[in-house]
Write a protein that binds this ligand. Structure first.
Ligand code: NA7
Length: 500
C-alpha cells in the first residue's frame, strides 16, 4: 500500500480497539494489535473464558477435521498434539494456553457482550451488556461463523416432552445409556457424535434428510516418542504443518474449485469408501448421495459408517413429518417413540455479528446496508462502516481449510491498514461501493466452476444461489489478500483532524 497523504507529520499514533469475541480470531487480533503498539485493546466476551467454538461445542466425539499442526497459529506451534485430528478439549486447552502466554486474558471483559456499536465523530462507541460505553478507533468483530445454532423448523418440535438439545449446547446431565435417542442431521457434527453415542449404549434413530460424502482420512494417535521428537525438533513441526497445508490446499480446495484431476480422485476415494464400508446394499443405497462430491462440505470421518451399522443404531430416511410429545412421525406414517432428541442441524452461517446493532457512517444500520444482500469487500471490510473489520466474513475460504490460517491472512491484510492509520495516512477507511460490486461479481463468476453447483442444497450458497464462500483456490485467495488494493478504498480525514 503506497503513501496516501503527506498532510501530517508522520508522528506515530497508537490507537485503540474493541474486539468482539475471544475465540481463535479474537485472541489472534489482540496479539497482533498489541504487537503493533495499540495502547488500549478491549475484548468483549459474552462467556466466562476464551475459546469460542471449542468452548461451546462439547458434544461426544468433538474434534477438528483439519490436521492439528496446520490448525495451530503459525507463531505458536504446538509440538505435542495427541492426535493428527485434535479433539475439542485439547484445542480448547491450546487456545487457553496461548491466551495466557500472550497475556490476552487481561484484555478480556468476560460475561460482557456488545449490544450496540455506533461510528460517531471518527470513533466507534460500543455499548456493552453491562450498560457502559467504550470508545475506540477500530472495531473488530471476531464472532465466528458457525456460532448461532440452527434449530429445525419441524412441526411440533416444541411439543416434545423429553429433553431436546442442539449439539452446540450439549446436555451432560442426560444419561443416554439404554435410552431411545432421536438424532436429526447427518453433517460433520453428526458423523463425529453418532458413533460415540452408539458406543455409549444409546438406542439411536438417525433421521437423515440428505446423505453425505465421507472422506476416510484416518486419525493417528501421536505417541509419546513422536511427541518427544517433535518437541526437540521444532523444524519438523513446521515441516509437518507445511505438508498438511499443501495437502489440503492442493487436494481439497482444488477439488472443489473445479480442478478435474483432484475432483475425480476425491470422488473415487469417497465412492470406494462407501462401497467397502457398508455391506448391506439397502443401507448403502440409503447412504449414497445423488449429488457431486464436494457439493456439500466433505465430511472427513472414519467412524460414522461403523457406528451406523451397529445393532443399536437405525438409519431412518423417510423424512420427518412431525414431532409429538412422545416421539417422531415419519412421512411413511411410522411412529418412533423417543426419550430424547438431539439436533445436529448446523448453524446460521450468515448471522455473523448479529443480533448486535451496528450503526456506521451517517447512522447507516447493518440491517439497511444488508437489506437486499450481504455486502462486504474481501470478507473483512464493509462499505459505510469505517474502521470496522469483520473476521471470517462473507467469501472467506471456509471450506475444508484451516480457519486459523485464514484468520492469520486476514489479520495480516487488516494490520497493513491499521499501521497506515498509525502513520497518520488517514483517519477513516472503508471500501468503495464500486470495489464491493466488482468483488461480488468476481465471486459470483467463480461459482460456475465449483462442485457447489453439483445438484445439492448447502449452506455454501445463499438464498439467491450465490456463494457465501470463496469459490477459487486457497493459493489465489492468499495471493489476492497479500495487501490491500489502495484504489479500492476511500481514505478520509475526519474534520477535527484536518483543522487541527
Ligand atoms: P451441517 O453440516 O450444516 O449439517 C446439518 C445437518 O442437519 C444436515 O445433515 C442437514 O440435512 C440436517 N438438517 C438441517 N435441518 C434439518 C431438518 N429440518 N430436518 C432434517 N435434517 C435437517 O452442520 P454440522 O453441525 O454437521 O456441521 C457444521 C460445520 O461445523 C461443518 O461444516 C464444519 O465446518 C464444522 P441437509 O443436508 O440440509 O438435508
Amino acid at each position: 500500500m503506497g503513501d496516501l497523504s503527506q498532510r501530517f507529520t508522520p508522528q506515530q499514533r497508537k490507537g485503540s480497539a474493541v474486539i468482539i469475541g475471544a475465540g481463535m480470531t479474537g485472541i489472534l487480533l489482540a496479539i497482533k494489535l498489541r504487537e503493533a503498539g495499540l495502547k488500549e485493546i478491549t475484548i468483549l466476551e459474552k462467556a466466562d473464558r476464551v475459546g469460542g467454538t471449542w468452548r461451546e461445542n462439547r458434544y461426544p466425539g468433538v474434534a477438528c477435521d483439519i490436521p492439528a499442526h496446520m490448525y495451530a497459529y503459525s507463531f505458536a506451534p504446538k509440538a505435542d498434539w495427541s492426535n493428527l485430528f485434535a479433539r475439542g478439549p485439547e484445542i480448547q486447552r491450546y487456545f487457553e494456553s496461548v491466551a495466557e502466554t500472550y497475556q490476552v486474558n487481561e484484555l478480556c471483559r468476560f460475561n460482557t457482550s456488545a449490544e450496540e456499536a455506533r461510528f460517531k465523530r471518527g470513533k466507534w462507541q460500543v455499548r456493552t451488556s453491562q450498560g457502559d460505553t467504550l470508545n475506540a478507533d477500530f472495531l473488530f468483530c471476531a464472532t465466528g461463523v458457525l456460532h448461532h445454532p440452527a434449530k429445525p423448523d419441524i412441526p411440533g418440535l416444541d411439543q416434545f416432552e423429553g429433553p431436546c438439545w442442539h449439539t452446540a449446547e450439549w446436555r451432560d446431565d442426560v444419561d443416554i445409556r439404554g435410552e431411545r435417542i432421536g438424532f436429526i442431521g447427518t453433517g460433520s457434527t453428526a458423523a463425529q457424535a453418532i458413533p460415540e453415542l452408539v458406543d455409549a449404549g444409546a438406542r439411536l434413530t438417525v433421521f437423515q434428510r440428505t446423505p453425505q460424502w465421507l472422506l476416510p482420512l484416518r486419525d493417528i494417535r501421536i505417541g509419546e516418542r513422536a511427541k518427544r521428537f517433535l518437541r526437540r525438533h521444532p523444524r519438523w513441526v513446521t515441516a509437518l504443518r507445511d505438508l498438511q497445508t499443501q495437502f489440503v490446499a492442493q487436494f481439497f480446495t482444488k477439488a472443489t474449485a473445479g480442478h478435474r484431476f483432484q475432483h475425480a480422485l476425491l470422488t473415487a476415494i469417497c465412492r470406494l469408501n462407501l462401497f467397502f464400508s457398508i455391506r448391506n446394499p439397502e443401507l448403502r443405497r440409503k447412504l449414497t448421495p445423488d449429488y457431486k462430491v464436494g457439493c456439500k462440505r466433505i465430511v472427513v470421518n472414519t467412524t460414522f459408517y461403523r457406528g451406523i451399522q451397529k445393532a443399536n443404531a437405525h438409519l431412518e430416511t423417510s423424512g420427518i413429518d412431525r414431532v409429538t410429545e412422545k416421539g417422531v412421525f415419519t412421512r411413511d406414517g411410522k411412529f418412533h417413540r423417543l426419550d430424547a432428541l438431539v439436533l445436529a442441524t448446523g448453524f446460521h452461517p450468515t448471522q455473523y455479528m448479529r443480533p448486535m446493532k451496528l450503526h456506521g457512517r451517517d447512522d447507516l444500520t447493518l440491517e439497511q446496508a444488508w437489506q437486499k444482500k450481504i455486502r462486504a469487500y474481501r470478507s473483512v471490510t464493509l462499505p459505510g462502516f469505517p474502521n470496522f473489520f469483520l473476521m471470517l466474513g462473507p467469501h472467506s475460504p471456509i471450506g475444508n481449510f484451516s480457519v486459523t490460517k485464514m484468520s492469520e491472512v486476514q489479520t495480516g491484510y487488516i494490520m497493513q491498514l491499521v499501521k497506515a492509520w498509525q502513520r497518520g495516512e488517514f483517519d477513516e477507511v472503508e471500501p468503495t461501493n464500486e470495489a464491493v460490486d466488482r468483488f461480488n461479481a468476481y465471486v459470483r463468476d467463480g461459482l460456475k466452476n465449483t462442485a457447489w453447483v453439483g445438484g445439492c442444497q448447502s449452506w455454501y450458497l445463499d438464498a439467491d444461489g450465490d456463494p457465501i464462500l470463496w469459490p477459487y483456490t486457497w493459493a489465489q485467495w492468499e495471493k489476492e489478500m497479500a495487501s490491500p488494493e489502495r484504489t479500492d478504498f476511500d481514505f478520509r480525514f475526519s474534520p477535527q483532524t484536518v483543522s487541527s
